[in-house]
Design a protein around this ligand. Sequence first.
Ligand code: AMP
Ligand code: ZN
Length: 136
Amino acid sequence: MKKDDCIFCKIANGEIPSRTLYEDEAFRVILDLGPATRGHALLIPKDHAEDLFGLPDDAAALVLPVVKRVAVRMKDRLGCDGLNLVQNNGEAAGQTVKHFHVHIIPRYLGDGQEINWTPTSPSAEELDGVMGQILE
Ligand code: AMP
Ligand code: ZN
């Protein structure tokens, strides 16, 4: 199902042109217009899902094989030294387009980009507490 006012629905379904690297019945992979690095791409499902929480399991199961296929090709053709997968959910996580997507970001030694967080030092009690909260 498409959502009328969703730009990624329109891109994924070909109503808005994009630089398409891969397409099948379920997904389109396009070049990001504001790339972090050379070749930065986005995997976008054709059916609207706002984020990971709204993505049906059958679609989720198809995501990684497509991502891998594109990643392998990037390594081969672009000669990248590494690759990040980034997938943001919700404003707190930096999601700006409310249609599920996976960033496929080729990395080059010395490219100057950072995909980082600052490690913290929780106590054993805190780690036990969060584990208990998740598992309970
Ligand atoms: P996020 O912050 O995870 O929601 O990322 C949204 C991404 O979509 C950003 O990297 C944007 O550069 C990219 N983007 C937004 N609009 C377009 C568009 N029309 N075509 C290609 N990429 C886009
Ligand atoms: Zn959409």
